[in-house]
Design a protein around this ligand. Structure first.
Ligand code: GRF
Length: 200
């Protein structure tokens, strides 16, 4: 089972997936990193793990679709079965979403549908919610709108700031994401319209 991770940033989720693969609990292999930020720390992590990297500069393409067509060439070359978004800061267009529908997942640091988009942790703190969390969902054409696969909640402490809350959220993400990927690879996640069910 062949997996591509798309990421733009630190790569802690990529690392968690790579570690799960090394431990034999992922059930698939991470064959490609797609990264839109030529200086992102995630690239070093991928290289260290022996993962091929396709790094591109969005500014060198006339449109998002043109960039995505080049990405698809890389996905096809490696017969990628599943796309895992891990802090990929670009919205995918139908160029990728349509052919890979049901095979693209994302992780988002809030309990969707609350606080979609950028800075979800800051949004939750400023709004004053007392509970927030992490969501893994299928990707459709929207911003964090696709069918929800799994969620974990956590309480916001009155003393929390962005740093302390982000740390707890990231810890949960790094535990949850490899679990969900493993379930997906085992064919245990079924999608029926908006609803996701689990086969035992
Ligand atoms: C994570 O919080 C993820 O939920 C969000 O971007 C962050 C990526 O972190 N969409 P990392 O690059 O995996 O460390």
């Amino acid at each position: 089972y062949r997996i591509a991770v798309f990421a733009s940033g630190q790569g802690n989720n990529l690392q968690a997936l790579v570690d799960a693969e090394a431990a034999g609990t992922l059930g698939g292999q991470i064959d490609l990193l797609v990264c839109d930020k030529p200086n992102a720390p995630v690239i070093e992590r991928a290289k260290r793990a022996g993962v091929d990297c396709f790094v591109f500069n969005p500014k060198s393409y006339p449109s998002r679709e043109d960039a995505e067509r080049d990405i698809i060439v890389q996905l096809k070359k490696r017969s990628i079965d599943l796309i895992v978004l891990a802090g990929y800061m670009r919205l995918l267009t139908s160029t990728i979403v349509e052919p890979y529908m049901g095979r693209i997942i994302n992780i988002h640091p809030s309990l969707l549908p609350a606080f979609p988009g950028k800075d979800a942790i800051g949004q939750a703190l400023r709004y004053g919610v007392k509970v927030t969390g992490v969501t893994v969902h299928f990707v459709d054409g929207g911003m964090d709108t696709g069918p929800i696969i799994a969620q974990r909640a956590l309480e916001i402490d009155p003393n929390d700031d962005e740093h302390s809350l982000a740390q707890r959220i990231h810890r949960i993400e790094q535990e949850l994401y490899p679990q969900v990927v493993s379930l997906f690879v085992q064919g245990k996640i079924a999608l029926d319209g908006r609803l996701v069910t689990f086969q035992s």
